[in-house]
Design a protein around this ligand. Structure first.
Ligand SMILES: [Zn+2]
Ligand SMILES: [Zn+2]
Length: 141
């Protein structure tokens, strides 16, 4: 929590208990929790916290660059602490599990887009789809 408060101050965003608790929850949970998982963890600190409130805080934290939001088709948005490492994601088609994939060349935008020079690209986000090891061996294949 203390670390979360420091990081919030560094971005000049107003420090509130909710923002501290949500940021700390994202960092402590690790992986790629959805807003509901973040809510459950954060409200251990704040007491009753609505999902809408969590979404609002996550939006602010994403805007100031403390949290990275990943939209995965067919799943609720996932959140993680922003590390500015330009990593990509592998998503399991079956259970929605997300695993980080290192940036293919080590720096953004990582991929050469087939675009005219008049469209400067500064970021590329790749989603690799497939089956996680657990689902690969399960019956729904
Ligand atoms: Zn899976
Ligand atoms: Zn990630």
């Amino acid at each position: 929590m203390a670390r979360a408060a420091t990081r919030l101050r560094e971005t000049r965003v107003r420090v509130t208990v909710q923002r501290m608790a949500v940021l700390a929850a994202v960092e402590e949970l690790g992986g790629h929790p959805d807003a509901e998982a973040v809510r459950v963890r954060a409200q251990e600190v704040t007491g009753g916290l609505s999902l809408q409130a969590v979404y609002n805080v996550l939006r602010v934290l994403t805007e100031v660059g403390l949290v990275r939001c990943t939209q995965i088709a067919g799943h609720p948005a996932r959140y993680e602490a922003e590390r500015n490492d330009n990593h990509h994601h592998f998503v399991c088609r079956f259970c929605g599990d997300i695993v980080d994939v290192h940036c293919a060349i080590g720096e953004a935008p990582c991929l050469q887009a087939d675009l005219p020079d008049s469209y400067p690209v500064d970021e590329a986000a790749v989603t690799y789809w497939g089956a996680c090891p657990r689902c690969a061996t399960a019956e729904h294949r």
